[in-house]
Design a binder for this molecule. Structure first.
Ligand code: PEP
Ligand code: MN
Length: 447
């Protein structure tokens, strides 16, 4: 292997490498001031929490736990309010019960939350009514509103993003300290979903969920002080490297950590050999993940794993596969074999969302429930066939009663997509769809 990464790492050594998806700010002095300020602000998470997540991921790698990672495609600053945060936490906590029931494993919950504010884009500009403007790049960078001033990147948004992430995390921590039964209920959301559309399968999913809750309470009794049951971790795409660098801190153990989140990942568009994003990721001590798309060759994947996890440390590296239901069977086996041949310790997680995005007849970005379900099912089966195993799932989902993905027993049609679509970027599964998806896992696994 080449020694392209032989140079010493530092939090800003990424600047020596090509940066894709880079944001061009008009005022470099304003950018420098923001970065300087961010550097002085306290970290958002602790190295101890980060290390603890790494050991859970090592457990998942060993088949002793399962990772559930999910949330919005793009978190918005305006969603930093009690109801929205509580809804997101309750969805993930409740869903984790069903995942645990289906996989028969303890589940580690990780939100795409408290910092999921930067978005990579395939198209860097967007045209509406013959006006072309820069694309929305996430609330950390610009505003989604389609006007020149809104789309102008503003470095001050990084300070806002830091504050909103901090407020979100603070509220999550307070929820986790509160009454546990509040955390595992979805009553309000269920009402909303039921009033939109009812059907037998949805009721069945919800009944099953309530049964899981009843069993949980029966087995565990009132849970007030059980740290394990209430663990909740945060993650976001480490895309905006100026921001990530400013929140990278040296811990007492002498290692550098990204302390803006527990579990940063690098997206598919920036998972590039010898790039700024890989350079940044390789030097931090967090558990890290990369998105693996169908165009990454097995050879490059192995090289990347060696760069990112040179000591082959358990729990360090997660591969989030996202191929699409039609490609997974073709590309996954060779990747699994290459990772096995190199004896690499990785956790495989399946993102069945991003390879299945399509545009509906009326021009709206959507995903089909059946495609998502098919990719997830195939993921379990292909890993099992190749003596590997799938240890996690990565989903875009919301407890809001949205209609963004089509299909499922909940029955959203293409024509309904403009009725309840609030995602800023990619379509999410609503609670009924995500429960149905997880519900289907075990049935397929048992075959
Ligand atoms: C995402 O997770 O929102 C995303 C953009 O994914 P990917 O990098 O896999 O396309
Ligand atoms: Mn997305």
């Amino acid at each position: 292997m080449s020694n392209r990464y032989a140079d010493e790492w530092s939090p800003d050594s990424w600047k020596r490498k090509p940066v894709s998806q880079q944001i061009k700010y008009g005022n470099s002095e304003a950018l420098a001031q923001v970065i300087d300020k961010l550097r002085q602000l306290p970290p958002l998470v602790s190295a101890t929490e980060v290390d603890s997540l790494k050991s859970h991921i090592a457990d998942a790698q060993a088949g002793k736990a399962f990772i559930l990672q999910g949330g919005d495609c793009a978190e918005s600053f305006s969603d930093c309010n009690a109801e929205a945060i509580s809804q997101k936490v309750r969805l993930l906590m409740s869903l984790s019960l069903l995942v645990s029931q289906q996989t028969k494993k303890p589940v580690v919950r990780i939100g795409r939350i408290a910092g999921q504010y930067a978005k990579p884009r395939s198209e860097l500009t967007e045209t509406q009514d013959q006006t072309t403007l820069p694309s929305y790049r996430g609330d950390l960078v610009n505003h989604v509103h389609f006007s020149e001033s809104s789309r102008m990147p503003d470095p001050a948004r990084m300070l806002q993003g830091y504050s909103y992430a901090s407020l979100t995390l603070n509220y999550i921590r307070s929820l986790l300290e509160g009454d546990i039964s509040d955390l595992f209920q979805l009553e309000q959301e269920s009402q909303n979903l039921l009033s939109l559309k009812t059907n037998a399968k949805l009721h069945q999913s919800l009944d099953q969920f309530r049964e899981a809750m009843r069993l949980f309470h029966q087995a565990n009794g009132p849970q007030h002080n059980s740290r394990h049951w209430l663990e909740f971790f945060t993650s976001h795409e480490a895309l905006h490297l100026h921001y990530e660098e400013a929140l990278t801190r040296k811990a007492n153990n002498g290692k550098w950590y990204n302390l803006s989140t527990h579990y940063p990942w690098v997206g598919m568009r920036t998972t590039i050999q010898d790039s700024a994003h890989i350079e940044y990721l390789r030097g931090i001590a967090n558990p890290i993940a990369i998105k693996v798309g169908k165009n990454l060759s097995p050879e490059t994947l192995v090289e990347l794993c060696k760069v990112l996890n040179p000591n082959n440390e358990a729990g360090r590296l997660t591969l989030i596969q996202r191929f699409g239901h039609q490609s997974i069977a073709q590309v996954l086996p060779d990747m699994i074999k290459a990772v096995q041949a190199a004896e690499l310790k990785v956790l495989w997680s399946c993102d069945p969302m991003h390879g299945n995005t399509r545009v509906s007849a009326n021009g709206i970005k959507t995903r089909d429930f059946l495609h998502i379900q098919s990719e997830l099912q195939q993921a379990f089966e292909i890993h099992a066939t190749h003596h590997s195993h799938l240890g996690g799932v990565h989903l875009e989902m919301t407890a809001e009663a949205v209609m963004e993905c089509v299909g499922g027993s909940y029955g959203v049609t293409e024509q309904e997509l403009d009725k309840a679509y609030t995602s800023l970027v990619d379509p999410r599964l609503n609670a009924a769809q995500v429960f149905e998806l997880i519900d289907s896992i075990e049935q397929k696994q048992q075959h």
